[in-house]
Design a binder for this molecule. Structure first.
Ligand code: 4AD
Ligand code: MG
Length: 436
């Protein structure tokens, strides 16, 4: 059978035309001599109308016997119907059943409440639900907007390796594995060190791939495998990076609002809050953030990184994402450039999403001095041999440069208004879960 061009999300383009909807039964309602099957095809839901008087007895029967998630080819005509969800409906004429889900082994996810453990164990089926599929379409739009943003600004995509010989963000959070005769290798925590090299080769670059963290965090913001986009820019200053992050986030929000309204509605997202996300975002220093936190009752001593609870406090204080810059050097990774005005601070920034969603971006200017980088490697007990190539970047045409990482799942969770990021990735990897 040829590819059908019909898609529920584009029903408007097919008004008045004969089409074949290829999909699954989502739900079936009946009222006398009319049956209303609701079908899904992955792009959305569509109600069909079947009246006993207008179809053959066989078709009438087949519709009546449809069970949840049975796969079908439904033929008929697309009509405008303002009362139907989506504004269009299918006047059904013929129905072919590809596989009927049997009554004695019904689809396990009935339209009732299930516990989250049950749903996560049935993630391969759960993603078919209206909410979950809406979330995955929003994730897709976030990814697409990110690619558009960088591709239209002269950035080159240069993906970093996933198998790496050394740590980037700290040695305690690595997944290790045996690498033939070469010994221990690790799954990457960040492509940053590699995009620093490609930025010196190509100027403005980004990598976009999966990253892995073996930290034993059991919070709603942590996955052990997540996706991160990491731009890196030669000659960029901290101010440039804050502006780039702000523009990127605004572009993502704009695109999702423009293209994924039905999904945001399905998730009952308050879109007014997203419409307010326009530049400029507030920028405050770590010192200012700490003052604000102390006013709110936090006990965080100067010098420590913000914890999850601190982030939540700050993130609830602002209506827009807030950028916090210049953290104490000792709280951050080894590769950050110190602030020349106050060397105990790093030229770095984190962006916290509002409504309590917390950190979505972390980034910095990178050390450009060869000597200082060697010193930092020693201070952090990192083996210099492993970083020979990274040091070379400071030996041959070192320039000020920097970049950041934006986490796809946390960004999607915020935009979709979903409290736990495990629902924003098709198959989440969590401390206590690797199935399915
Ligand atoms: O702040 P992080 O650890 O920064 C880096 O990895 C830098 N090397 C990036 C760079 O400068 N190129 O992580 C960046 C972002 C966080 O702000 C967050 O959005 C996301 O990655 N992230 C996680 N998302 C889900 N689960 C986790 N365990 C995450 N850890 C970080
Ligand atoms: Mg961070």
């Amino acid at each position: 059978m040829a590819m059908s061009e019909f898609q529920i999300a584009r029903a408007g383009d097919f008004e008045g035309r004969e089409i074949t909807l290829r999909g699954w039964l989502y739900n079936l309602r009946e009222s006398g001599k009319i049956r209303f099957p609701i079908f899904r095809d992955g792009s959305g839901l569509m109600q069909a109308v079947v009246s006993k008087a207008e179809v053959s007895e066989a078709v009438w029967q087949r519709v009546g016997e449809l069970t949840q998630e049975s796969s079908v080819l439904a033929r008929g005509t697309i009509h405008r119907e303002p009362r139907a969800p989506g504004g269009f409906e299918l006047v059904l004429r013929d129905l072919e059943v590809l596989q009927r889900v049997p009554e004695d082994d019904p689809y396990p996810i009935a339209p009732k409440e299930h516990g989250v453990d049950f749903l996560l164990s049935h993630r391969h089926l759960w993603i078919r639900s209206a909410r979950q599929s809406a979330l995955l379409r929003i994730r897709h739009e976030v990814v697409r907007a990110i690619r558009e943003f960088f591709d239209s600004r002269g950035f080159f995509l240069t993906d970093a390796p996933i198998l790496t010989p050394a740590a980037c963000e700290g040695t305690t959070t690595l997944f290790g594995l045996d690498y033939f005769d070469l010994g221990q290798a690790y799954l990457t925590q960040s492509g940053q060190l590699y995009v620093e090299a490609t930025a010196a080769a190509l100027g403005k670059v980004y990598c976009f791939g999966p990253t892995f963290r073996a930290e034993k965090s059991k919070t709603r913001r942590h996955l052990t495998e997540f996706w991160m986009v990491e731009p890196e820019v030669a000659f960029a200053t901290l101010d440039d990076l804050m502006k780039l992050g702000e523009d990127l986030v605004c572009h993502i929000i704009e695109r999702v609002l423009q293209r994924r309204r039905p999904e945001l509605e399905a998730l009952e997202r308050d879109t007014k809050r997203l419409e307010r996300i326009k530049p400029p975002f507030p920028r405050i220093s770590y010192d200012e953030a700490l003052k604000l936190l102390h006013e709110k009752g936090s006990q965080l001593p100067w010098g420590e990184d913000l914890g999850g609870a601190d982030e939540t406090l700050l993130s609830e204080h602002f209506e827009k994402p807030v950028i916090i810059h210049r953290y104490p050097t000792k709280a951050k990774a080894f590769y950050m450039e110190p602030d020349p005005a106050r060397p105990e601070l790093a030229l770095c920034m984190d962006m916290l999403a509002p409504e309590g969603f917390g950190e979505i971006i972390g980034g910095s200017q990178r050390l450009s001095s060869y000597e200082l980088l060697r010193q930092r490697l020693r201070e952090h007990n990192l083996p210099e041999e492993a970083f020979g190539w990274y040091l070379d970047l400071r030996r041959y045409g070192s320039v000020p440069h920097g970049g950041f990482g934006l986490g796809i799942e946390r960004t999607t969770a915020w935009i979709a208004g979903i409290p736990h990021i495990r629902e924003t990735i098709p198959f989440p990897r969590l401390l206590y879960r690797i199935y399915p």
